[in-house]
Design a binder for this molecule. Structure first.
Ligand SMILES: Cc1cc2nc3c(=O)[nH]c(=O)nc-3n(C[C@H](O)[C@H](O)[C@H](O)COP(=O)(O)O)c2cc1C
Length: 190
């Protein structure tokens, strides 16, 4: 499919079946991810592929993160809320956590490596779409917490960029009407 058409037809479809995704397909998607542009050849991409019971562990990490802000995590209301949070990762058979590792080269700006990993995330979405899969990029406060980073086994100074939920679509979504860029664009020509 021509690349512009592929970009325009991709959409975020959160409704996925329980059916697993072949690990070789996940590897194919991640190989596409790391074709993203990157400054200083830092290879900042760090991926954690979470499947099966691993999703329950992610649910625990998410609930623990949120519970830390509660005065009383054991109140019936909070217990119920945290139970709901624990189930969030079960919305897809696979979750890819994408992070940007901190480079030890002095000239490297973290913001550029986060940008590179963001481009890698878009590659994941596009590759998934090309393979007939659904993918949905999620974040939330859990993404930006050192507790999450270390609980998921990333190096402490890694910045997480997204949780990409991946699976087979329950049903195909019609293409979205996409806006044009004109109103967000200025041209400097003289
Ligand atoms: C960095 C980033 C974080 C996002 N986090 C969430 C999220 O936590 N929850 C959510 O519903 N959508 C989130 N989104 C938006 C969806 O992934 C999706 O892009 C949006 O629903 C628009 O759909 P589209 O991709 O089909 O245009 C996020 C997008 C980005 C780029």
């Amino acid at each position: 499919m021509p690349v512009i058409e592929a970009i325009k037809l991709r959409n975020s479809n959160a409704l996925m079946t329980e059916a697993d995704v072949d690990p070789d397909v996940i590897r194919q998607i991640l190989d596409a991810a790391v074709c993203a542009p990157v400054h200083h050849r830092t290879n900042p991409w760090r991926f954690l592929v979470i499947r099966g019971a691993g999703r329950k562990k992610l649910g625990e990490v998410m609930a623990d993160h949120l519970a830390r802000d509660f005065d009383d995590p054991d109140s019936p209301k909070n217990v119920k809320f945290l139970e709901k949070i624990r189930k969030k990762p079960l919305r897809a058979p696979v979750i890819i956590v994408a992070g940007a590792a901190k480079s030890d080269k002095e000239q490297v700006l973290m913001v550029e490596d986060v940008a590179a990993v963001s481009a890698a995330c878009q590659n994941i979405l596009l590759a998934a779409s090309a393979l007939g899969l659904s993918a949905f990029w999620r974040t939330g406060s859990v993404t930006y917490s050192e507790h999450t980073v270390t609980s998921l086994g990333f190096d402490k100074d890694t910045e997480l960029v997204g949780f990409i939920y991946l699976g087979h679509p329950k049903k195909q979504m019609p293409p979205k009407t996409r806006q044009t860029a004109a109103e967000f664009t200025r041209w400097m020509e003289y």
